[in-house]
Design a binder for this molecule. Structure first.
Ligand code: ADP
Ligand code: MG
Length: 698
């Protein structure tokens, strides 16, 4: 039966339309006012909203409600309470108060806090974020919430995101004011995250402990075919995958998520979904929800959705492209080149703000995507390199060069404005190659930050983007507010900014080795691994940045660093333990059985006639025995390294570095041996599905 998309779209969301329909007029109005002013709801309004929400939820099959929040685990958290309330005659009625809507008090002691939450005060609280709509998931009304410790320290990803949105909005308003803005009341950040993922058969997934525990394969010989034929990218979608994608779309639409584009990606079994962008806060919530829905829908098709950024060695990993822009409440995209020279001057200033922000805070952008999983991807020859640079396209770059030198730009018809810079009546949309290798690309009317791993929450990157651009806009506004000759000062500021920060602009091939050298000459950061990048989070300049804009306190920053370092070490620790288990308990016994069978074959043959040829069996027994011994020794070294890692007690950074240098190195040595063993062990003996099975048997 054909589904009616407009009818199902948003049917599980308590959105603005439903609120207008169901709330008394004055309540609806005052809710809107509080949302816009960012104030606390008064209790009469809260009670009324809660009652309407509950009625709507019950009609849509919900029995429970939950505060839905985003602790530092990177995933979402929920604790469900039913609406039931007992009556004196032994029955129940369904109740939900304004207090329950606004505030929850979950025990915070089991969420990562990086030392913030002292054990005697384990309570935390969640508070409704009315800028993100409530929705129904699996019979529960989910209320998007922030999450803090009882002392008010932030324990989640949403609170700093909301603060950063406010910060950049405030500074952008100042800049708009310089251009004589009148109609705009608010500037918001818009985000559209493109989400890559792999799908594998559920039964095959379940046969691999590494996929179950780590989300990625820890070993696996190269299959005869990888992605070299480029036949998967945009290829026809297999029926089983198409079935998954269809249901995914429907589920996302019901949740009000604007799922728009779906296609096969470069690696076998890899796919992508891109939604239409929306405001940053909603986009971040919805991306978390999208990842969850992807996993659930996959299971219904006997598939497993892998969101790890590098599930398979040798083919592309999965990323998430964070498309980002600034927009006014009147619907003007501030990163879209305008139609008139005057609009273009404003565009150029916002563009310069982003260029300066990215150059001055390359470290923070790199840190926002630094995880153990993403380290396998960044810098390999498929994902963006670990170096942050910006792609602007040839046309825009030439325009900026002309502005900087004061020379005439001859690309397209040029007009000279009296702001003292040469500006174009309209910028042609860049027609050159999109440059897939750039980590931070201007794509016509938005920036596309491409370094995120597919499993990451988009919160961190957007917190950083919003805050660093808030800071440069602040500096620009400080400089330009109240100057007499605005146009002269503007031209001068634009020129100086381009001159000082053009080193960050790179339109060439980001995968090339030559770029590594060139970037070093330009003095750009190149933090290859997570432990290289993370410590810079608490550099003085970064503490000043985040505290100035009230996004994080200094204590919160130290706690976050601690959590990130610990997560890195824990991730590798789990991987190493899993690998040891698989090798010792499954692979070595299987390989030993196989070589024993070969050896018996030799004995049996020789019993028939000592002259019978046995070179295949003998050679293989010899090679497998040698490799088995190497594997056994390598497991021993990995165990020793793990024990040493555990014994490190001089801080999370020291441990993280040891995991990277010793544990990962031993894992990689072990992998080499295991992968070779796989290629020579008979199929029936090898205890795990191979890469060929996982990527091609769907
Ligand atoms: P591209 O081909 O450059 O990737 P698309 O139009 O396919 O461009 O957009 C990719 C993603 O960028 C989509 O998720 C889209 O919604 C998002 N996007 C487009 N415009 C904006 C914007 N102004 N702000 C944020 N995201 C945007
Ligand atoms: Mg894109």
């Amino acid at each position: 039966m054909a589904i009616k998309v407009p009818e199902i779209f948003g049917s599980l969301v308590f959105n603005d339309e439903i609120m207008r329909e169901r709330l008394p007029k004055d309540i609806y109005k005052s809710l809107h006012k509080t949302i816009e002013a960012g104030k606390q709801l008064d209790s009469a309004v809260a009670n009324s909203v809660a009652a309407a929400m509950k009625d709507w939820a019950l009609e849509n099959g919900a029995t429970h409600y939950t505060h839905w929040f985003q602790p530092m685990t990177g995933i979402t958290a929920e604790k469900h309470d039913s609406f039931i309330s007992p009556t004196s005659d032994g029955r129940v009625i369904m109740e939900f108060s304004g207090k329950e809507l606004i505030k929850g008090e979950p025990d915070a002691s089991s969420f990562p806090s990086g030392g913030l939450r002292s054990t005697f005060e384990a309570r935390g609280y969640t508070a409704w974020d009315p800028t993100s709509y409530a929705f129904i998931k699996d019979g529960s009304l989910c209320i998007p919430c922030v999450f803090c410790s009882y002392g008010g320290e932030v324990l989640d990803k949403k609170t700093p995101l909301l603060r950063s949105i406010e910060a950049v909005g405030e500074q952008a308003m100042r800049v708009l004011g310089l251009f004589g803005n009148t109609g705009v009341r608010r500037v918001v950040t818009t985000v559209g995250p493109e989400q890559e993922y792999f799908l594998v058969d559920k039964a095959l997934f379940e046969a691999r402990k590494d996929l179950i525990f780590c989300g990625r394969t820890l070993f696996g010989a190269r299959p005869p075919k990888g992605q070299e034929m480029d036949d998967h990218y945009f290829g026809a979608i297999k029926p089983r995958i198409a079935g998954f994608m269809k249901e995914l779309d429907e589920e996302l639409w019901k949740l009000g998520i604007l799922s728009k584009t779906k296609h096969n990606e470069a690696a076998p079994a890899q796919h992508e979904m891109a939604p239409i962008f929306t405001t940053a806060n909603l986009a971040v919530d919805q991306n978390q929800l999208t990842m969850e829905v992807m996993k659930n829908v996959a299971l219904r098709h006997d598939l497993v959705c892998l969101l790890h950024e590098k599930p398979f060695h040798g083919v592309n990993g999965s990323g998430k492209h964070n498309n980002w822009s600034l927009s006014t409440d009147t619907g003007v995209n501030l990163l879209a080149p305008g139609k008139t020279p005057y609009e273009n001057a404003q565009f150029l200033l916002f563009l310069c703000a982003v260029i300066k922000a990215v150059d001055e805070h390359q470290d923070l952008l790199r840190i926002s995507v630094a995880t153990a999983g993403n380290d396998h991807r960044l810098g390999a020859h498929e994902a963006p390199p670990a170096i942050v640079s910006m792609f602007l396209g040839d046309e825009l770059t030439a325009i900026l060069e002309a502005l900087e030198t004061g020379e005439v730009y001859n690309g397209v018809e040029r007009v000279k404005m009296d702001i003292g810079v040469h500006v174009l009546p309209s910028f042609p949309k860049d027609t050159t190659d999109r440059n897939r290798t750039s980590p931070f690309a201007f794509t016509g009317n938005k920036f596309e930050f491409r370094m995120l791993g597919s499993s990451l929450s988009t919160a961190e990157s957007n917190i950083v983007l919003n805050t660093i651009v808030a800071e440069t806009l602040r500096q620009f506004a400080d400089e330009l507010e109240g100057v007499e000759d605005f146009t002269g000062a503007l031209g001068d500021l634009i020129r100086r900014t381009i001159k000082a920060h053009k080193r960050i602009i790179f339109n060439g091939d980001g995968y090339a080795d030559a770029w590594q050298e060139e970037a070093a000459r330009r003095g750009l950061c190149n933090y290859k691994t997570t432990p290289d990048a993370l410590p810079h989070f608490v550099d003085r300049k970064n503490i000043e940045l985040f505290t100035r804009h009230h996004v994080f306190t200094e204590t919160e920053m130290h706690s976050r660093l601690e959590i990130l370092l610990e997560t890195y070490a824990k991730t590798i620790n789990i991987e190493a333990l899993t690998f040891i288990d698989m090798v010792k308990r499954d692979i070595l016994p299987a390989v030993s059985d196989f070589s024993a069978s070969l050896a018996s074959a030799v004995t049996a043959k020789r019993a028939v006639s000592p002259a019978l040829a046995c070179s295949y069996e003998s050679a293989l027994v010899e090679r497998i025995s040698a490799l088995t011994d190497s594997a056994y020794a390598a497991v021993g070294r990995l165990e020793t390294a793990l024990a040493a890692a555990k014994a490190i007690n001089d801080g999370a950074l020291a441990a993280a570095i040891y995991y990277r240098d010793a544990v990962l190195a031993e894992m990689s040595a072990l992998r080499t041996v295991i992968d070779e063993l796989e290629t020579m062990t008979a199929d029936e003996y090898w205890p795990y599905p191979t890469y060929a099975d996982l990527m091609f048997r769907i």
